[in-house]
Design a protein around this ligand. Structure first.
Ligand code: UN1
Length: 502
């Protein structure tokens, strides 16, 4: 089995830390051995990125983007192969594994294409002889910490824009998906990116913390709320640094009495069970009007009973396994909690039946849908805390759209949500009042395109570390004013005369 390295300063570096293994969550099979970065290895990577920063920022945006176009083509050429690696390493079904790679090249295309678009603003001045502009400069070194559930797409959300804008990067892939990290690093190596501009170190949370503590200018983080809030707090204490963090959600789909139930059921199943509920935009709450509740429930339950859980490499599979044993344990813990809090269980495939587990996959992390109904009360933990699995509550409401919104917004998170309704007044009310960063009408609350600002409000994050949001995080603005006259004239009626004592 292959043993892989870190990629630092243009070299593959063996690393002196302990080794760790990557496992296939569907089979338990070991996929590769990786070095766990030590603090001094993280520091060396950050030093390389700092040393490379000056020369990299001297390239034009268009020249920097050329390296990314190379990667864009390699992502497309290796679509099938890399899609399978994603499926094998994080357990997503193959269609989603391939979509992860597609999302990655879309992001690279956006960032590299953006290199030829205007940047900054021309700002009018009060003084006719002055030209004023808003210009952007790279911040320097960007530390990127990415999750396992989009192991190819999200690294490119962070890194593609950071690099085109003239920053160098130090990246730590999730410890569950180091092989995807390895392949991405190979692509940067193939593209011939200058030494030190792109650095990848493998490791766990301690290595992530060393990036955050290290000599980096910006931290981009996508992952759990627990870790993200700690990073945001730590970075806020250092005025020289900034952080853009995207964390989880306790997302809801609202189905009103005016809903087309075909759209509602389809949207809810996609929102709750795609990626086995392991998207930060997955929906664990379905808030359904009393008039349509019984029919919606019957149809949703039927599908939850029958969605195909199985081998992620089989194109007939809808849901693969969850990523690891910790996720299985958390899922069961929250299912038990829901029961304790008074849930009436409607579908319990949590312990997947032995005959549903594909041959040769007994060591996989298998779970199936767990669906329950519960009377809404504000403080129920099962309606407030993110599980990150196919754990779904049906909550019935009575009254107008504002009652649905009250329930929808009554969580600390605010990432994604959807409304299903044929009534434009209800839809627009939801659009204006739903406390989320990504809102959908008559659609699932998953599947955002890369050119949208991806990020949430409230506990779900700040700064949206994708597309335009990344530009904000990884550049500094300069308000630049040039005088075209040999006289100095100031704005606000401020006198430019120098009076002397004579
Ligand atoms: C995530 O949920 O962790 O919007 C990222 C989507 C994807 C990205 C999801 N484009 O569903």
């Amino acid at each position: 089995m292959a043993k892989y390295d870190h990629y630092v300063d243009g070299e593959w570096v063996a690393g002196e830390g302990e080794d760790f293994e990557s496992h296939n969550p569907a089979t338990g099979e070991t996929l590769g051995t990786f070095p766990r970065a030590t603090q001094s290895e993280v520091e060396t990577a950050i030093e390389a990125a700092n040393d490379a920063a000056e020369a990299w920022r001297d390239h034009s945006h268009v020249d920097r983007a050329e390296y990314l176009w190379e990667i864009y083509h390699e992502l497309r050429d290796r679509h099938e192969e890399l899609g399978e690696i994603v499926s094998m390493e994080c357990g997503k079904e193959i269609g989603e594994g391939k979509a992860d790679v597609t999302e990655a090249w879309h992001m690279v295309e956006w960032a590299a294409g953006d290199a030829r678009h205007p940047r900054g603003d021309v700002v009018p001045s009060e003084i006719a002889s002055k030209d004023a502009y808003m210009r952007r400069k790279p911040r320097g070194v960007v530390g990127c910490i990415t999750p396992w559930n989009f192991p190819v797409a999200i690294p490119f959300w962070h890194m593609a824009v950071s690099l085109v804008e003239g920053n160098t990067v130090v990246w730590k892939p999730a410890e569950q998906t180091p092989w995807c990290g390895q392949v991405i690093a190979e692509m940067f190596d193939d593209a011939g990116i200058p030494d030190g501009v792109f650095n990848m170190i493998q490791g766990f949370g301690d290595a992530g913390a060393d990036i955050v503590d290290g000599d980096v200018d910006t931290v981009l983080f996508t992952g759990s709320a627990e870790v993200g809030h700690e990073i945001a707090r730590q970075v806020a204490a250092d005025p020289a640094k900034n952080a853009s963090c995207e964390m989880g959600g306790k997302n809801a789909v609202v189905v009103t009495e005016e809903a087309d139930l075909d759209v509602a059921v389809h949207s809810a199943v996609m929102s709750s069970f795609k990626t086995t509920g392991q998207r930060c935009v997955s929906s664990e709450r379905l808030v359904v009007h009393a008039d349509v509740y019984d029919e919606f429930k019957r149809r949703f339950v039927d599908l939850a009973e029958s969605v195909a859980v199985g081998d992620p490499l089989d194109p007939e599979t809808f849901m693969g396994p969850v990523v690891d044993a910790d996720q299985v344990e958390k899922f069961h813990r929250y299912n038990d909690l829901a029961r304790e809090e008074g849930a009436a269980v409607l579908v319990d495939r949590a312990d997947l039946a032995a005959e549903e587990i594909p041959d040769g996959h007994a060591d996989g992390h298998w779970v199936g849908p767990f669906v329950y109904e519960i009377d809404y009360e504000p403080d129920l933990r099962c309606l407030n805390e993110e599980v990150f699995g196919p754990h779904v509550a049906l909550v019935e409401y009575d009254g107008g759209i504002d009652r649905a919104l009250e329930i929808h917004n009554d969580v600390e998170y605010g990432l994604a949500g959807a409304i299903v309704s044929e009534d434009y007044r209800q839809i627009n009310r939801y659009r204006d009042r739903a406390e989320v960063g990504l809102a959908y009408g008559n659609l699932p609350c998953i599947g955002a395109e890369v050119q949208l600002p991806f990020g949430g409000v409230k506990k779900s994050g700040n700064g949206a570390p994708s597309a335009r949001g990344v530009i904000e995080a990884v550049t500094e603005r300069t308000a630049w004013t040039l005088n075209n006259s040999s006289e100095i004239e100031l704005a606000q009626g401020l006198s430019a005369d120098i009076t002397t004592e004579e």
